[in-house]
Design a binder for this molecule. Structure first.
Ligand SMILES: C=C(O[C@H]1C=CC=C(C(=O)O)[C@@H]1O)C(=O)O
Length: 484
């Protein structure tokens, strides 16, 4: 074994299993200190065929961001159909109860094993392509789990005790590959996308005209008082001439959008990845926090004027207020206190500015983060208001499957703590195609071409990460690729 980490981890595994033979069905978790690297870069550096998960939180005031990267699966919990989250929570509890953590003194502070995964926007049976491998809710307990916080990092290995003897050589081979990735991830990577990746690519999906007509239909429903707000989503499928590299795209988007939560969940050869600016909910003990995020303007040379206009726009404020009201009424009954600022501030990303209301509260009891997710999802930032009517409008009008886009991605641990983001600014990437999505909140006063420009700006990070940045920027190339 090339480094101390590998030797350490295997010695700890041997000691842990010799201490107790382990009852049938038990999972032993051993942990050792690891080099500190950006989690997204670790995923990108990994040549392992093991499926990946990633959740790399940004720096936020008063919080130590947690970075999580996982390879392979020690366990998976899944559910489908409306109301499946309680059974997923129950299944995860039983797995945590069968998990034996073994920590040496140098890993006393390591954040423990956790499930990483997500859920779809709407439950759907059977799930439509390209999302067939993504259950309505699906969470992985990684076999190899890298966790980093506050300048320290650790690597966990989770093994079913019954599998140990036959698996030993597989474990050793996987460890060699993860150590190599950790070594490579300490060196700066090249964030440049492949040149000319867009050449010869086929692009299909929601055209400018189709999106504008969806917005006009939404406006008609709003004028008819059927809805206050609805969030139509456009989908675009890119079939490149050369294979796409989802893991390299993860590293690029992670470095370019460090103020967002960078995430990835792999099922089969498809990776759902993105960089979300919007927290759905986090729970740490009794502290709950979330973001009201809705209302958008592009960035430009006249940035300060754009921000002033965004803050002053009654239409954007209304679109935003509906989100904040829905969050406050979902969390209010569960909280002993809830701090909802009077008005929004600005959250600026490299591509857009948003209206933002950070909300924090103290929970009345130890509500599991998944039941908070269930109470909040989907917020009017991705569905609309009233919620059920907006969901029905979306199901009737959007021609494509959203899948996990505008769902939620995050992690939860044995204590029921967790962190989830709204799964936006994301796409589903496999070697031979990428599905990119973007939506926009429609309220009275929305202008269809302006909303179309907004979704193009929201898709720019994923296009650039995949090497299609030239398509996003160049109108001639857009035309030659069949884009409006
Ligand atoms: C639905 C999306 O963004 C939501 C989040 C923030 C701002 C939004 C807006 O201004 O329309 C959307 O509600 C998306 O990026 O696909």
């Amino acid at each position: 074994m090339s480094s101390g980490l590998g030797t350490d981890l295997l010695a700890r595994l041997a000691r842990a299993t010799s201490r107790g033979a382990g009852s049938a069905g038990e999972i032993v978790a051993v942990v050792a200190p690891a080099p500190v690297v950006p989690a997204a870069r670790l995923v990108a550096a990994s040549a392992s065929a093991l499926p990946i998960v990633l959740f790399q939180a940004p720096r936020r005031e008063g919080e130590e961001p947690l970075e999580v990267a996982g390879f392979g699966e020690a366990a998976r919990v899944e559910g489908s159909g409306p109301g499946c989250l309680p059974s997923v929570t129950g299944a995860a509890r039983r797995i945590f109860a069968s998990l034996r953590e073994e920590r040496d003194a140098d890993a006393g502070g390591a954040p423990g094993p956790r499930f990483v995964g997500g859920l779809s926007f709407q439950t759907e049976s059977p799930r439509k392509e390209p999302w067939s491998a993504f259950a309505d809710a699906s969470f992985t307990l990684p076999r190899w789990l890298y966790v980093a916080r506050a300048g320290e990092a650790w690597l966990w290995l989770l093994v079913h005790t019954g599998d140990l003897a036959p698996e030993r050589s597989t474990i050793e081979a996987e460890l060699v590959s993860i150590e190599a990735a950790l070594g490579a991830a300490t060196r700066p990577s090249s964030p440049l996308p492949p040149r000319g990746a867009g050449e010869g690519a086929r692009i299909e999906g929601t055209s400018r005209e189709a999106f504008c007509s969806l917005v006009r239909e939404a406006l008609a429903a709003i004028r008819a008082r059927e809805l206050d707000k609805v969030v139509p989503v456009a989908a675009r499928r890119l079939s490149p001439a050369r294979p796409l590299d989802a893991r390299a795209a993860i590293a690029r988007i992670a470095e370019a959008y460090a103020e967002t939560t960078r995430f990835a969940v792999q099922r089969g050869d498809r990776v759902f990845l993105g960089a979300s600016p919007e927290r759905l909910v986090s729970r740490h003990g009794r502290v709950v926090s979330t973001d009201g995020l809705a209302g958008t303007t592009r960035r430009g040379e006249d940035d300060a004027a754009l921000v002033r206009a965004l803050l002053a726009s009654p239409k954007e404020r209304r679109e935003h207020a509906l989100v904040v009201e829905a969050i406050a009424s979902a969390l209010g009954p569960r909280c002993a206190s809830l701090d909802v600022p009077e008005g929004p501030t600005i959250r600026s990303l490299p591509n857009v500015h948003h209206l933002w209301t950070p909300i924090r509260g103290a929970l009345r009891d130890d509500t599991h983060v998944l039941s908070l997710v269930e109470a909040l999802h989907p917020t009017p930032a991705v569905s609309g208001a009233p919620r059920e009517r907006a969901k029905a409008w979306i199901a009737a009008h959007e021609p494509h499957a959203r899948g996990w886009y505008t769902g939620a991605v995050g992690w939860f641990d044995a204590a029921g703590d967790g962190d989830f983001v709204v799964a936006i600014r994301a796409g589903l990437v496999s070697p031979d195609e990428a599905w990119l999505y973007a939506g926009a909140g429609i309220v009275e006063g929305s202008d269809p071409p302006a909303e179309y420009a907004e979704i193009r700006a929201k898709q720019a990070p994923m296009l650039a990460a995949l090497g299609f940045g030239d398509i996003a920027a160049d109108p001639d190339l857009q035309a030659s690729n069949g884009l409006p």
